[in-house]
Design a binder for this molecule. Sequence first.
Ligand SMILES: [Zn+2]
Length: 303
Amino acid sequence: MAVYFSGRKKIGEVSVTLDSGRMRIDCAIYEKWIDIDSSTTARCGSPGICQVARTEGVSEKTSQTVEQSISASLGLDDILKLKATIKEVFGYEVNWSHSITTTKTFNFEAPMCGRYSLVIYQLLREYELTCSRQRFWTLRHDVWDKKWSRTIVEYTNTHDALPDVEEFDEICKSRPDCRDKATMPPFHDGILCFDMGKASFRVPYRLTSDGFDVQILKRVISFTFTDYPAGIRGLEQGLTISLPIQVMPEPLVFLSPPQNQEVEAKVFRYMDPDEDQARIPMDVLTGVTTLKGILTLAGQETR
Ligand SMILES: [Zn+2]
């Protein structure tokens, strides 16, 4: 799941005992999304850029902390035991090694008379580690002395893109060349989240007579419901749709590369989990939605 939420969320905690039960590591794990792009806003057919860096694992400094200060009191086997416990409980691989950052710039163009910018988020995990040692010279066995605590920040390869679209830029109202443009019906039915596991994007959608449209950059992608009522229900509950990777915002393909040319996306109406009651996982409807077409919007004509 790569569904964006605001704020910091505790995903759980684990404890491992080491040194024949004389030492204990408590680890609380938190997740939060951070904005990682440096983007510009493009207006009315003009170009804009989105620059992102791909970083996985931990920073060089954190990596040294793990190696030196933590390993000094823990030993490699202890760290492996902690990582294995986290994997067992939460089902993912901990990555505390340092990786080299790669930066890439993407160019895009705003739709005619529209305004466009792209926000890219990366999922971060914070591990709050506390090491305690059992107190000696006491008859009680549950007295622990806190030895140290550290926070490790891990950059994951999970990303989310939020295109910020304004279908009609106010600036265009006063520009003579823009007035006569044929306007598309607006995207006002809400926001859909396309969740592909490691990558997700959120885009506005509008319902059509046989399905729905979404706009991703300069492309309008139309989907057809083979069963209309089921499709409408599916937008609330979740639908699985197979997508060609060309429709994914390009920076996401770079940051969280899909395995194949087609990706399976879980699609549902987006609500920030913090603002709303938690989404109850329901049966995802498969096969009621098919891709109908991809329309590339024209840029501004040369004046
Ligand atoms: Zn315009």
